[in-house]
Design a protein around this ligand. Sequence first.
Ligand code: UDP
Length: 381
Amino acid sequence: MIHLINVIGARPQIIKAAAIHRAIANHFREQIREVIVHTGQHYDHNMSRVFFEELGIPQEDVNLEVGSLSHAKQTAAIMTRMEDLLLEGKPDAVVVYGDTNSTLAASLAAAKIHIPVIHIEAGLRSFNKTMPEEINRLVCDQVSTLLFAPTKTAVDNLVHEGFEIESGKPYSIDRPGIFLSGDVMFDNTLYFGTLAEQHEGKLNTFGLRKGEYALVTIHRDNNTDDPRRLSQIFQGILELSETAQLRCLVPLHPRTAKILNSSFNEDLLKNIRNSRWIRITEPLSFLEMSLCEKYARIVLTDSGGVQKEAFFHRKPCVILRSETEWVEIVASGTAALADADSRKIVELSLGFLKNPPQEFPAFFGEGDSAGFICRKIIDSF
Ligand code: UDP
């Protein structure tokens, strides 16, 4: 029996961990024992707890309760608490997801005491080291023993950085195993997309009709923490909604909500609040989000996960960043980079509304990434 500590902390990690948990519970109970550790990085009900209930993940075994802190303080707090836990629990490996401070801290704490790190969503690069996430990814990949890359591009990035693809067993931090696994978020979309259909009636509660609205999310700190960028984005959404007479649903991340309510352009905020087209809500649950993605006409986002989910649901996506780790969706013409430029946001969106993309190639695997990852873990330890 392999003993894994599965580390979650932020919303997207809880969602990714759900796919692994489902695979273990359904197929690998006899081989893998999973202990869930929540770092407490996200703690609001609608950023954390709601996902456990909906995605069928058991209550975490341990919560490190670090809460919201500066990058260094948060990383340090997670590392300190994680080290004690690892020394006590002595797992065979630690599983980390994505690119948050929880990913960075847990992987450093584990690697320093020689506990193998398994990184799910390895090899992604934005090539923009001003993003805290880019630093987290780079460091985590360097100290991992098994690296599960969701796309061919992610594998190529690792190869360019000097990782050796053919290093056979036994894997170690110095000779890690690199695998093209597909994307566990695609597993989730397939699994929950059908479930979301059963809640179709809920679109009414948001004042939306199938295929007649844009779904918008904004939460990256270089957008929220820069008043000029945030104003440009909202200006673009306002103009787009009026020009195309398109309803826009904007479920707001707590960080974005805080900025809007404290230090945002007052006139623009008034226009947004008075707009008959724009509806701002609390963060959605995953099923609500899947439903809104499934029936949107277009998605505008700076989220990594939401970009991909737009693609999984075959929707065009305007990316509110200057670059993306998910380069294949841009190269295939199903998504476009508008950065925080109101003119580009409007133009690119209108282009997609007029000519929606038709081809969404299978860049992200077949929908059984979690099964693949579990089999490789069992085979490797
Ligand atoms: N998500 C959600 N409710 C929301 C916004 C996002 O359930 O109101 C989900 C979304 O479907 C995706 C994940 O959160 O699965 C993406 O997380 P986020 O945008 O916070 O982070 P990122 O992917 O950029 O790291």
